[in-house]
Design a protein around this ligand. Structure first.
Ligand code: NAP
Ligand code: ZN
Length: 346
């Protein structure tokens, strides 16, 4: 099926209109007319080959909301006309221990990313949500709660689940003290979600202009990390720190802000290696963990939680034609707090 999208043709080129073929829906597939797709900082890392793994042409986009327009004969749950969502991956082996436990995101043979993976037929690669339609196996299609604004809900499919999953994993609950580093797409969802679990949230940001927003999003405290010795009063304070920063930065100072046995959750994926001082962990038996999006059952749980609590992302809607400008503005921190592409305009 001829599909219209936007692609990066090389690491140096701007994204430009790009037509490509999608498979016709098979028996287990759902064909989705895409309405909205968020712009994640990972899309920028990928389009510019900052992680060194991009296959070009690259059609990014893994925060997808749309309507099912056709379903295969074996599709049971999704009905034509239903509003649905797709996140960061569209296939996995289904048989390894991680897949069997619903952690398809940690598939031991490697999952198929929504974009930038070899496609199952081996002939081409997967193309993502900066496009007008997508075909996805029903297992990887999520139900979107009807009360959520579809544009605001799109970023839940990556920014939402990437922060929800590790916060749940480490048991954040009422009264937990959580700090969030970096107020961008992931950071603002981390604040909203941790606050919805009843945590006391502190925003650690380099941007003084974001203070009022941090409080509106649910943070109880805001600390400007650029100030000399800003972290000193926070020593031994937090149970958990969620680090969403997209570039090289110091983590040893923030580690000192954890309580004994506290955990720094690294979700930001700096292309440059971070420096870790052993002493930052040894004193206080502190931990650093990484986390990659979330499995399908937990993504549905997250969407249902957001439906119950009326949580969506704070967004600015943009058009396909303005994606390159949206990338530049995201890099400048000039968006509150996620761009979402109107995919009906391709
Ligand atoms: P974003 O919207 O650009 O936000 C990143 C924030 O980090 C900025 O708003 C800024 O916040 C802070 N920041 C940026 N550069 C910095 C620097 N040089 N020093 C200090 N702070 C800096 O990005 P995003 O979409 O939230 O994504 C964040 C990172 O998570 C990216 O690397 C992305 O690839 C990664 N990611 C990982 C996963 C996963 O599964 N682990 C999933 C999605 C995304 P302040 O102005 O408040 O300081
Ligand atoms: Zn993402």
């Amino acid at each position: 099926m001829v599909t219209k999208g936007y692609a990066a043709l090389s690491a140096e080129s701007h994204l430009a209109p790009f037509q490509f073929e999608r498979r016709a829906p098979g028996r287990r597939d759902v064909q989705i007319a895409i309405e909205f797709c968020g712009i994640c900082h990972s899309d920028i890392h990928f389009a510019r080959n900052e992680w060194g793994t991009t296959i070009f042409p690259c059609v990014p986009g893994h925060e997808i909301v749309g309507r099912a327009v056709k379903v295969g004969d074996d599709v049971k749950r999704v009905k034509v006309g239903q509003r649905v969502a797709v996140g960061c991956f569209v296939n996995s082996c289904g048989t390894c221990a991680s897949c069997k436990e619903g952690h398809e995101n940690y598939c031991e043979t490697g999952f198929t990313m929504t974009y930038g993976s070899p496609s199952p037929d081996g002939k081409t690669q997967t193309f993502g949500g900066y496009s007008n339609q997508i075909v996805v196996d029903e297992h990887f299609v999520l139900n979107l709660p009807a009360n959520l604004d579809p544009a605001g809900a799109a970023p839940l499919l990556c920014a939402g689940i990437t922060t929800y999953s590790p916060l749940r994993h480490v048991g954040v609950t009422k009264g937990s003290r959580v700090a969030v580093m970096g107020l961008g797409g992931l950071g603002h969802m981390a604040v909203k979600l941790a606050a919805s679990f009843g945590a006391e949230v502190t925003m650690l940001s380099r941007s003084p202009g974001k203070k009022a927003d941090a409080h509106k999003l649910g943070a109880h405290d805001f600390v400007l990390t650029k100030d000399n010795n800003a972290l000193a009063p926070l020593a031994n304070r937090f149970d958990v720190i969620v680090d969403t920063i997209s570039a090289k930065h110091d983590i040893n100072g923030p580690l000192g802000c954890l309580k004994r046995d506290g955990t720094l959750i690294l979700v930001g994926a700096s292309p440059q290696t971070l420096d870790l001082s052993p002493f930052a962990l040894i004193f206080g038996r502190r931990k650093v963990m990484g986390s990659l999006v979330g499995g399908i059952p937990q993504t549905q749980e997250m969407l249902d939680h957001c439906g119950t609590h009326g949580i969506t992302s704070d967004i600015e809607i943009t058009t396909p034609q303005e994606i390159n400008e949206a990338y530049e503005r995201t890099l400048r921190g000039d968006v509150k707090y996620r761009f979402v592409v109107d995919c009906t305009k391709f």
